[in-house]
Design a protein around this ligand. Sequence first.
Ligand code: MLT
Length: 404
Amino acid sequence: MKINDNFLKIQSSYLFSNIAKKVNAYTAANPDKPIIRLGIGDVTRPLAPACIDAMHKAVDEMADEKTFMGYPPEYGHKWILEAIAENDYRQRGVEIDESEIFLSDGAKSDCGNIGDILSVDNKVAVCDPVYPVYVDTNVMAGRSGDFVNGGWSNIYYMPCTAENNFLPCLPTEKVDIIYLCFPNNPTGMAITKTELKKWVDYANENGSLILFDSAYEAFITEDDVPHSIFEIEGAKTCAIEFRSFSKTAGFTGVRCGYTVVPHDLKCDGVELNSLWARRQATKFNGVSYITQRAAAACYSEEGKKQIREIIAYYQNNAKVIYNGLKECGFTVYGAKNSPYVWLKTPDNMGSWEFFDTLLNEIQVVGTPGEGFGPSGEGYFRLTAFGSYENTVKAVERIKNYFVK
Ligand code: MLT
């Protein structure tokens, strides 16, 4: 046999697994020092009661032979696809047909799996820093080239730095696939409709595909920031959108997301929608009935209200971190439309050095910017997904340690 030796090119461990290992080792050696985890963007609030009720009801249905269900429809039950089309799109003035929506076990899987329907010969562009899944999955697929001088030779990096307000510049060479995530993970910065239109125009003019990850859209507070790329005219001929219930409704442990592939999106006359439909029908067996019921409950009146309250709770945490660090004299970004706060490390500390200092000295865990790409060096990410009490405590610890 032969293995896929592209796997030998990447770091043996995924960024967040790496961090978890370091933290577990610290905890094992220091059991008396409680840690505050603001590293991985994992939620801590329980699910909305509307989702819980829907799940209980669905469990009872599965217990009764009259209502029991086996395999779910591979792309999602009609009622949830309708709820998504109505609430996430039509109510924002966007017409998406249910046949353009594919329910899945989450945006992370879809972001990685989408590569199955795209040639390995495509030139990929990513923001730098970037959610590592976009890069790692392209390395696994053989699109990356070799790792030279801190970057992949066949990946086009678009630095997002303080100088460009963390917004990528349009590529100066032709690229085929462009990953955009807004509001952004990791920087927490958002893109306006006007700015996003430039990307849509670029993609349409160059025959490029935009893979738009809007997992964090629920955190948007500003009117000129789009929740969906399909709010931008022309996007249906050049974009695929990934959505998640993880950050919106606390489904990181439940697992549910969806991908929108418009029928208008074609390459040499072939609809990408039909390729993705084929891929999903072959390699994915649908989202469990219980999970689909929980996800659909997010769109009920009480579900929407409860979810808004949970998001507001995290938004307040984001403010606590942002304002608290600012008061300490840190340079901070993000938070306004996002659960992430992106900070400049003090005294030019390396981002892993800063990580070690926070872990060892004050037992606060965050994510080193360098883990998201070379331009993340010198930065650090904290998430607002902790409890309010822990968030306040973490900011206090940082204040006490750094403000002498
Ligand atoms: C993150 O911390 O960047 C996210 O939680 C990762 C993810 O959503 O997979």
